[in-house]
Design a protein around this ligand. Structure first.
Ligand code: ADP
Ligand code: MG
Length: 810
């Protein structure tokens, strides 16, 4: 048996061989052909692999010379001298991963390897690993592990640092009151007993001894007693209890001190577990997986790229992920694996962007004179942020390749007028534009806004604008369809109705999609397909931090309007504790008595939209019956059909309702200038960015407006979050805070995340994300289809990642 080639450190391997030899009674039977022969066979390989241990190996080889001719007594004495030489020796070697053996050495051992060294294909089932049967495989399955590769990529939840090895006699001095000490001792079992506590719990009491002292160790697991014997050397790692002469270990990790230490004396991984699977079993498995599968694992990153970005190899990273030599090494390993994740994601996004940009598009000549006339006709001046975004869009439109751009701007930042200016110029160039809105009421709102914005233009300059939704009467529909097909209609605003097959354009050149997270890729694609590679502008009022935007919308170019038009009154925001709810209702009533309207947002219900709808209905009934019996209330929730939703929204907009009780569905950019107060129940359950969105529903008219954040929990953390909303008017700032506080999954909301599955990467790690983005751009610049052989592994990963999830990336 020579298995150092399989990834064992030779020192660890030798320790095992000598241990076996001892247990077999010093018969020179632990290695094929005897121990001396074992050295003859392998010394060359070991020296090449671990030049730093050269003198060590040579000393060992000298000691075992003539081993086969010695008596068992002499052998026992010899091994007693050798074993201490092996302790901890492998830590001298910096690299746990072997330098490739020389060709000659490789050939020398090739046949032995074929016979004796098993390795495992990482893509084989975990059952390919020794000791993994059907039951263990099922347990692993519940952790999401089915292949050996899954096991290699299992992320420890955290690490326990047991590297501090302390002589027992020094332990008492180590502990200070109120301080936690985690350490390792190695000693001999002096005594083992199973005892009982006063309330009848059985535990194992051990006395552990070394040259410097004794220490009690107890385990509340009687089973341990069966594995321990007096005289045995064990390593024990854990937190010390007590102080001074009374220190002890309770339920520490332990293992025989002869073996290669896996659970003690080092930095140890703490894995997620499942019923019937213990840390030490899982560690044994990851250790075995690393030994058997790493040699056959391909690094998908080309060496040049790894060097440029100073990344360690994949085998190093995976080995260090599980059994790091330091916590810094673990972090370096995590970063390498995070880079891989980000890279695969960015390759897909950049590829999509490049392939879209590579298509021929329709260049739109920009009539600057008309643009200035239009801007002069507006009752306001564009903010400089609007101006900047508009110029970015116009530059794209002028290109012979299609635009693919995301326009982000807080509620009320004035995105519509930017899109309107662009559409006007597209019309002047003789082409058509379409604006897609998620709901009828929003489509109608855009239609009115456009009509108003263009009203200052002379008849010759003014484009013909049409509105097409599900409720457009049949008799109007015919002429609209005809106008779109002939090109007589310059701009159409509509809902999903625009995506219907019978809607044909003469020359659709500019497609605007408002509030994009309500639309999937498919709709974006359908709208695109109605023109010849039209320019696409996606607009959203959801402020997304830069890192998240890169991950979610990395296929789009980004324009940001980060400035509100001057003179806007900020919405006054108050945090209201639940016990003051009655006062909040009084406040709402006063606003309504002054002729205004109000929103009441119901608490977020995570479980399901149905339960949420039921809760909202109950809240609506309660408010109507007990609180506002004399007022007109309407209800809006996610289980209503879009027609029902539109109907209620329309009645509210038209002033037929005083209060709109709603779930989070009201979020999208509806404009009801007469609504001056929004009361949000269970405010602590919403994200900060979402609260900010809600708040944007009011303050759209001239009257002062209010946002009441009602919360029954008064924990400090909840209060601080809500105070942040009360004191900050910048949506992007709130989004950043929210992302930091709650992480991306929560930030996006569970129901609509679309967030890629990231195991190692975190969005807080902007440097790694940006490095991966840059690497993706560089790689695709040289090799747009990743066709080069050194990119094959990456190409495969990108393919796998992106076919799995086309549907969830918009
Ligand atoms: P959003 O970005 O939320 O879609 P809108 O485009 O609906 O914002 O604009 C909100 C309101 O602000 C509209 O009534 C619009 O006419 C007005 N508006 C847009 N730009 C400006 C500006 N630069 N100065 C003043 N008012 C503006
Ligand atoms: Mg809008």
């Amino acid at each position: 048996m020579t298995s150092s080639e399989a990834g064992h450190h030779p020192i660890a391997f030798l320790r095992r061989v000598f241990d076996l030899e001892r247990r077999k009674g010093y018969q020179d039977s632990a290695a094929v052909g005897g121990i001396e022969r074992l050295f003859e066979r392998n010394l060359g390989v070991w020296l090449t692999q671990h030049p730093e241990l050269r003198s060590h190996f040579q000393q060992l080889a000298k000691l075992v010379r003539g081993y086969s001719t010695k008596s068992p007594m002499e052998r026992a004495e010899l091994l007693a001298r050798i074993m201490p030489l092996l302790d901890g020796t492998e830590r001298i070697s910096e690299r746990p991963h072997r330098v490739r053996a020389s060709k000659a050495a490789e050939e020398r051992t090739a046949s032995a390897k074929a016979q004796l060294v098993k390795s495992v294909d990482p893509d084989e089932s975990v059952t390919a690993l020794p000791g993994v049967g059907a039951q263990r495989a099922r347990q692993l399955e519940t952790l999401g592990i089915s292949t050996v590769r899954d096991l290699l990529y299992l992320v420890p939840r955290r690490y326990a640092d047991y590297t501090q090895v302390v002589p027992i006699g020094r332990l008492g001095r180590l502990v200070r009151v109120g301080e936690e000490v985690t350490c390792t001792v190695i000693g001999e079992v002096a005594q083992v007993e199973v005892r009982e506590t006063t309330n009848g719990r059985r535990y194992v009491a051990v006395e552990l001894r070394d040259d410097t002292g004794k220490i009690p160790v107890i385990w509340f697991n009687p089973y341990v007693a069966r594995q321990l014997a007096v005289g045995q050397r064990i390593a024990v790692s854990g937190k010390l209890e007590g102080s001074g002469p009374y220190v002890r270990f309770r339920n520490p990790e332990w293992e025989p001190a002869e073996a290669d230490l896996l659970n003690t004396g080092r930095i140890v991984p703490i894995y997620p577990l499942t019923h019937g699977l213990y840390q030490r079993q899982l560690r044994q498995l990851t250790r075995t997986a690393l030994e058997l599968a790493l040699p056959r694992l391909n690094d998908p990153l080309p060496t040049a790229l790894r060097q440029r970005y100073e990344l360690p190899s994949l085998t190093w990273a995976l080995a260090q992920l599980h059994y790091p030599e330091s916590l810094a090494a673990a972090e370096r390993a995590r970063r390498r694996l995070a880079f891989d994740e980000f890279l695969v994601l960015q390759l897909g996004l950049v590829q999509r962007r490049l392939s879209w940009h590579a298509q021929p598009g329709t260049p739109v000549p920009i009539d600057r004179e008309l643009l200035e006339r239009f801007l002069a006709s507006l009752p306001f001046q564009l903010t400089s942020a609007q101006r900047r975004a508009l110029e970015e869009i116009l530059a794209d439109l002028a290109q012979p390749h299609p635009m693919s751009r995301l326009l982000q701007g807080d509620v009320g930042s004035g995105k519509t007028v930017v899109a309107a200016a662009a559409a006007l110029l597209v019309h002047r160039a003789g082409f058509q534009s379409a604006i897609l809105a998620p709901t009828e009421i929003l489509a109608e709102q855009h239609f009115r806004t456009l009509t108003r914005l263009y009203s200052g233009l002379s008849g010759a300059d003014r484009p013909l604008v049409a509105l097409l939704t599900g409720s457009t009467p049949e008799r109007d529909r015919g002429p609209i369809l005809a106008g779109l097909a002939s090109g007589a209609i310059g701009i159409v605003v509509g809902t999903h109705a625009l995506l219907e097959e019978r809607v044909q354009f003469h020359h659709l050149t500019f497609a605007v999609i408002d509030e994009q997270h309500r639309f999937g890729v498919l709709q974006r694609h359908t709208l695109r397909s109605k023109g010849k590679n039209p320019h696409v502008l996606v607009m959203t009022a959801t402020p997304i931090p830069r890192s998240l935007a890169l991950v979610l919308h990395g296929d789009l170019d980004l324009s940001i309007i980060d400035e509100l038009p001057p003179g806007r009154q900020p919405v006054k925001t108050y945090v209201v504790p639940g016990r003051k709810r009655a006062e909040a209702y009084k406040f709402v009533r006063r606003e309504i008595e002054q002729g205004h309207q109000a929103f009441v947002i119901c608490p977020l219900v995570e479980e399901s939209e149905t339960i949420e709808a039921r809760a909202a209905t109950a809240e609506y009934e309660r408010l109507q019956r007990d609180v506002f019996p004399d007022l007109r209330l309407g209800l809006l929730h996610g289980r209503m059909s879009s027609r029902e939703k539109d109907e209620v929204m329309t009645r509210f907009r038209d002033g037929e309702l005083d209060i709109l009780v709603s779930t989070a569905v009201v979020e999208v950019g509806i404009d009801v200038p007469n609504a001056t107060v929004i009361l949000i129940e269970g405010a602590e359950r919403f994200g900060l960015a979402q609260l900010h969105q809600f708040r944007g529903r009011v303050g759209r008219g001239t009257a002062p407006s209010y946002c009441l954040l009602v919360s029954d929990t008064d924990t400090e953390a909840a209060r601080q979050r809500l105070e942040a909303v009360a004191t900050t008017t910048d949506g992007f700032r709130l989004a950043e805070i929210d992302l930091q506080l709650r992480g991306p999954g929560e930030f996006l909301g569970t129901r609509q995340s679309g967030l890629p599955n990231l195991r190692f990467a975190t969005l807080a790690d902007m440097p790694t994300l940006q490095a991966a983005r840059r690497a993706a751009e560089e790689l695709l610049q040289d090799d747009p289809t990743l066709a080069a052989p050194e990119h094959a592994a990456l190409a495969e990963l990108v393919r796998a990642r992106w076919t799995r999830s086309v549907a969830d990336v918009s």
